[in-house]
Design a protein around this ligand. Structure first.
Ligand code: GRF
Length: 207
């Protein structure tokens, strides 16, 4: 039997996208294994979920560490798991170039807006306050700029007149839970290349 591709998932809190990845694996929609869950916060709820699932967990606290030192510590914690992909799932710390260079084009993130609109914190409220009629979520490769690397997959979520920032965020989160496992599965299974900022999947090319 061929070994499944290994994911290391980085979280800082709730971990609902981690759960979505684990559920997709359980249902056979994502053919991978979560080799480890790493958090910068010991109290992240997602860590409890991971432990319940028997997934190895690590805490690499950022307290008292500069970004580069924290990134180095994260890298050293992750390398033994030899991940095919490092999946950021609500991981709230910026990573230093020494980290991104250790896993070139093998780090992905999920962001709750249609990038490049509304990068950074509280993206759902940013979109709501701006008055956009559609928002959504973006899975992208991670580079050295915040919420910036080449886009892998996006899903659109309409903004309804009776939305609040909270109802919009909840619908975007549902979209995230479908989009992230689908994007990871595609990255792992299909040949792809990067052209400029574009992630091009072989199966999407015209004949
Ligand atoms: C999600 O909205 C994700 O897009 C953003 O942070 C949130 C994390 O939520 N990067 P969870 O911890 O996966 O529930």
């Amino acid at each position: 039997m061929t070994e499944l591709p290994r994911l290391v998932v980085l979280i800082s809190g709730r971990g609902s996208n981690l759960r979505a990845l684990a559920e997709a694996i359980g249902q056979g929609r994502l053919r991978a294994a979560i080799a480890a869950v790493v958090s910068n916060r010991a109290d992240a709820a997602g860590l409890r979920f991971a432990a319940e699932q028997g997934i190895p967990t690590r805490v690499v606290s950022h307290a008292g560490l500069a970004r580069a030192a924290h990134s180095d510590a994260l890298r050293e914690a992750i390398l033994p798991f030899d991940p095919h992909l490092v999946c950021l799932a609500g991981f709230m710390r910026l990573l230093a170039p020494s980290f991104t260079q250790a896993f070139p084009n093998r780090i992905v993130n999920i962001h709750p807006s249609l990038l490049p609109a509304f990068p950074g914190l509280d993206a759902q409220r940013q979109a709501f306050d701006y008055g956009v009629k559609i928002s959504g979520c973006t899975v992208h490769l991670v580079d050295d700029e915040l919420d910036h690397g080449p886009i892998v997959m996006q899903s659109v979520v309409p903004v309804l007149d009776d939305d609040t920032p909270e109802t919009l965020a909840a619908r975007i989160l549902s979209a995230e839970h479908k989009t992230y496992p689908a994007a990871v599965e595609r990255l792992l299974r299909e040949p792809w290349a990067i052209a400029g900022r574009r992630v091009l999947f072989q199966s999407s090319q015209s004949a």
